[in-house]
Design a protein around this ligand. Structure first.
Ligand code: FES
Ligand SMILES: [Fe+2]
Length: 393
């Protein structure tokens, strides 16, 4: 499969984004369209560690979840041994998608000719493959016809897959993020809430919208963002990009006015000191990670075609704070805050998508704020790194 996206356009984008942010332009509109998406499907998503779901969403042995990763059909299973595994969600007989909807089952049976697999991916049965009531045939070795496995990684509750097996070992890849957050003790995080939506916008527009705080006072005026408008870019290519905010100014204000520090117990730190920073990151390419003083947000923004993105994120608190009835009101307050904030971004993302073709035709290149949008600049560089001339070498 060879995708047609002009190498000259890739080289131009490489040159435009490679400069320091104050001298560079944003990605051209074509990078948010269908031809470039085809290139991403071929080069970017298969070779990356892509977060595809939260493990808490398949909590029991026997749970199985189909996931679409940029058109790649993937099956996640929670095996009897407690392991979460990933496979190509493709039956080894005639190749249809094996599992269509989330399910809980002892084994997985293809609806077409009833080939049956274990949750560990082994082929258990090929009914009547050799004729009526003959469940075997010469040359059909069940051991060689299990589901095709995909490498899995795990960080906190996020489940990652590397489709083509060429990414670095997961522990090596995730190490820079672990180093960044080394002072946090996140071992007691518990899943509390799940938020989902669909945007009519390319996955990159959705990611870019979540890692810059430039828009906070304009797009989310209720957040009192002037209390912590000092975002600093935080970029480690090719693992994470985004920014952090010093929230100490917000801490000094009336507690009721705090947008980011609800009235919930602080996350634990290894040095026992309160956390002055709030991190908002993309774990490239598909994970979104937000760490505040008292809660964590982990989730995915998965492309559903070039102009559609599925958002699926969850909120976590430390230990009992996730379920303690005495904190129900505080959790609800935090959830309400997010339910107010997140939909406010949607019209901006969709408006950015609406002009991607015409802005190229009109010769309009986007500019990023050197002060506020270093994380977006880092993200765009990672996109070019992953598919651009360098990636093709
Ligand atoms: S395609 Fe699955 S059993 Fe035939
Ligand atoms: Fe926003």
């Amino acid at each position: 499969m060879t995708v047609s996206f002009p190498e000259t356009a890739l080289r131009a984008a490489d040159a435009a984004t490679r400069n320091d942010i104050d001298e560079s332009f944003g990605l051209p509109g074509a990078f948010y369209g269908s031809d470039f998406f085809a290139l991403e499907r071929e080069r970017l998503f298969p070779s990356s560690w892509c977060a595809v779901t939260n493990a808490s969403l398949l909590p029991e042995p026997g749970d199985a979840m189909p996931v679409d990763l940029a058109g790649w059909p993937i099956l996640l299973t929670h095996g009897k041994d407690g392991e979460i595994r990933a496979f190509h969600n493709v039956c080894r007989h005639r190749g249809i998608r094996l599992v269509k909807d989330c399910t809980h089952a002892a084994r997985l049976t293809c609806p077409w000719h009833a080939w049956t697999y274990s949750l560990e991916g082994d082929l258990l049965a090929m009914p009547e493959i050799g004729g009526e009531k003959i469940n075997q045939a010469p040359g059909f070795d069940k051991a060689a016809l299990g589901l095709k496995p995909i490498s899995v990684g795990r960080w906190l509750d996020l489940v990652f897959v590397n489709i083509d097996g060429t990414a670095p070992p997961f522990a090596e890849w995730i190490a820079p993020l672990e180093a960044l957050l080394a002072n946090y003790d996140l071992s007691g995080l518990r899943h509390a809430e799940r938020l989902q939506d669909t945007y009519q916008a390319n996955w990159k527009i959705a990611m870019e919208a979540g890692i810059e705080d430039y828009h906070l006072p304009f797009g989310h005026p209720q957040l009192e963002a002037h209390l912590f408008r000092n975002t600093t870019a935080c970029v480690h290519r090719p693992v994470y990009t985004g920014g952090y905010v010093d929230v100490r100014a917000a801490h000094t204000e009336d507690a009721d006015a705090r947008a980011w520090t609800a009235r919930l117990p602080d996350l634990k730190t290894r040095d026992g000191k309160p956390l002055p920073l709030l991190y908002s990151l993309t774990l490239f390419p598909t994970a979104t990670v937000l760490v505040t003083a008292d809660h964590v947000m982990l989730g995915t923004l998965l492309p559903d075609g070039p102009e559609r993105t599925r958002m699926d994120i969850s909120l976590y608190y430390d230990g009992e704070a996730a379920h303690d009835p005495a904190l129900a009101e505080a959790r609800q307050g935090n959830l309400d805050m997010w339910l107010g904030v997140i939909p406010q971004d949607k019209p901006f993302m969709e408006a950015a998508q609406a002009t991607v073709a015409t802005r190229d035709l009109a010769g309009i290149a986007t500019r990023l704020s050197p002060y506020w949008e270093g994380g977006v600049h880092g993200f765009q560089q990672m996109v070019v790194d992953a598919v651009g001339p360098g990636a093709a070498d």
